[in-house]
Design a protein around this ligand. Sequence first.
Ligand code: IMP
Ligand code: MG
Length: 198
Amino acid sequence: MPKPGKIRQRAANRQGERVKILISGWRIQRRIQALAKQIRRDFPDEPLHLVSVLKGGVFFLTDLARSIAGEVSFDFIAVSSYGKATRSSGQVRLTRDLDSSIEGKAVILVEDILDTGMTLQYLLRLFQHRKPKHLRVAVLLDKPERRIAPVHADYVGFSIPNEFVVGYGLDYAERYRNLPYVGVLSLGGNLKKEVAGE
Ligand code: IMP
Ligand code: MG
């Protein structure tokens, strides 16, 4: 009988798509513990309000929130930028706003990945207008080579090379989000053409 991990991966794959593990679930969890401690050290006495960007940042938020000691609340926002493609259109649109005000709160924006930085730039501008007491950014993954917008994250899980990754919240056409690890997706020729903008 195949191992459970193998069944999961095979069931998710389509049309010759391949996912090669880049960061194991275990490494992700260990890194999140360290980030949670660092965040709490930086804000020892404050209630923290985590805001996750749907849907990719959800697993990161739930694991991070459970690892930060003390008072923590959270909320969700959604933007669309990628559609079904593997490259950014550069356009960011708000599709779901927060439930509650962030004014006066110590806010940590929790994102799955910092790529061109267009999404983060848009969200930081939006949030700064709403007058939080503190505004910090936590990203699980950072692809510094792809940066266009001049933004940076205060807390970074892993810096990764310029590859299209899926898993642990990150998707390709809404698939692969449920993988417990982060892996590099290869589609052969199709993916290379899409990334190159052809
Ligand atoms: P940015 O606006 O280019 O920084 O892109 C941010 C968003 O693009 C992320 O929140 C992801 O939803 C998506 N994205 C960027 N790179 C990847 C990737 O390698 N895999 C999956 N989604 C990605
Ligand atoms: Mg995202």
